[in-house]
Design a binder for this molecule. Structure first.
Ligand SMILES: Cc1ncc(COP(=O)(O)O)c(C=O)c1O
Length: 389
């Protein structure tokens, strides 16, 4: 039995449902952020991140900074590039537009390579773009949370290494780290940004980043200091290195309670093989996607290879909008999110299936959500086409 009061299952693409132990970790008594007990907890958390990202290269470095996923964009734009630099942003939805906007804020010049809604830029298009101009870095949104489109990181990384080896590879993994495989060293990635509140299963409030030695060398070779104070690795890099070496250190006060929660969620995640976790997310995702197809509904990401495993973006029946169905689902005990992609926001809903809702065998969130969606749609007047259940 959960110690949490009864509540509708939060099945939006982040924040997600929490495990009791993660929540309880936050009620840790107050302690000094430079006292050894907390320094040890923070240090262990940073070491565990290396396992989550599958990096054993000692030159890699993790960062855990108070903030949300957005702070990861600021860290990339402030530290890895300089004003006037050109960057290539692969666009699979809303979050690429925001990343590009963040680059512009720092005087960086983003070029977006766009695909039709529900698709992703093709390899030949990426290759052409990389050959047309020398980009300092490329960004790939692993799962775009507005469309549920999954990008293929390994093959794009191979392409970048072949065609434009000096271009740093940056992955926005806010909606993928913890539910989609990322092999940081094997795939030769330079930076992954993520946040605490999605597949990592921790409350919102932490910006989590992994960087390669190559990215840090690029940062150290900057001609001008970063154009941000709080997001500057000049300030944070020694702090993270010190914490990981179990040495007290201070630049800006961390949140000990959130770090305790992250320590607990990472300990849980790493207590089982990561492959098993990714497989469970795949299986749950396939079950949901099949149920949706059986209801006669379509996804924004129509091709199976483009479909994320931690969420599904579902077109509503013609003429129906999110405010007609979301309250009905809420009454049935599940919370989905409305659409986010500007051009079609009124036409679809998003179902997040990450973390304990998928991995905890004691929970039936996914089955309840499928049932609620089917019954809820019928209640608001939808009749599935013949043959659909
Ligand atoms: C892919 C992606 N990138 C970045 C962000 C921004 O993260 P945050 O809302 O935690 O600032 C989000 C948020 O949902 C996201 O889904």
């Amino acid at each position: 039995m959960s110690s949490q009061p009864p509540h509708p299952a939060l099945l939006i693409p982040g924040p997600i449902e929490f495990d009791d132990a993660v929540l309880q970790a936050m009620s840790h008594y107050s302690e000094s952020h430079v006292g050894m007990p907390f320094v040890n907890t923070f240090g262990e958390t940073l070491s565990m991140l290396r396992k989550l990202f599958q990096t054993s290269d000692p030159k890699s470095q993790g960062f855990v900074i108070s903030g949300s996923g957005t702070l990861g964009w600021d860290q990339v734009a402030a530290n890895l590039v300089e004003p006037g630099d050109e960057v290539l942003v692969l666009h699979t939805g809303y979050f690429a537009d925001s990343f590009a906007d963040c680059f512009e804020t720092y005087g960086i010049k983003p070029t977006q390579l766009k695909a039709p809604i529900g698709e992703r830029p093709q390899q030949n298009e990426v290759e052409e773009a990389l050959k047309a101009r020398q980009y300092k870095l490329i960004t790939i949104t692993h799962t775009d949370t507005s469309t549920g489109v999954l990008s293929e990181i390994e093959s794009i990384a191979q392409l970048v290494h072949r065609v434009s080896p000096d271009t740093l590879i940056v992955v926005d993994g806010v909606c993928s780290v913890g539910c989609e495989e990322i092999r940081f060293d094997d795939w030769g990635i330079d930076c992954v940004i993520t946040a605490s509140q999605k597949a990592i299963g921790c409350p919102a409030g932490l910006s989590i980043v992994m960087t390669s030695g190559r990215a840090l060398d690029r940062f150290k070779a900057r001609t001008k200091p970063p154009g941000s104070y709080f997001a500057s690795w000049k300030n944070w890099l020694p702090i993270m290195q010190n914490y990981e070496a179990r040495k007290p250190s201070y630049f800006a006060t961390p949140s000990p309670q959130l770090v305790h929660a992250l320590h607990t969620s990472l300990t849980q995640i790493l207590s089982r093989p990561l492959e098993e976790r990714f497989q469970k997310h795949k299986e749950a995702s396939q079950k949901i996607k099949k149920a949706i197809a059986d209801m006669g509904l379509k996804q924004l990401a129509s091709k199976p290879e483009n479909q994320a495993n931690g969420m599904t973006a579902i077109y509503l029946p013609e003429g129906m909008s999110p405010p007609e169905i979301l309250p009905t689902l809420m009454k049935k005990g599940v919370i989905f999110a409305g659409g986010l992609h500007k051009q079609i926001a009124a036409k679809y809903v998003r179902f997040g299936h990450m973390g304990v809702s998928v991995t905890d065998p004691k929970r039936d969130d996914i089955d309840r959500a499928i049932k609620a969606l089917k019954e809820g749609l019928e209640e608001v007047g939808y009749k599935a086409p013949n043959g659909s259940t």
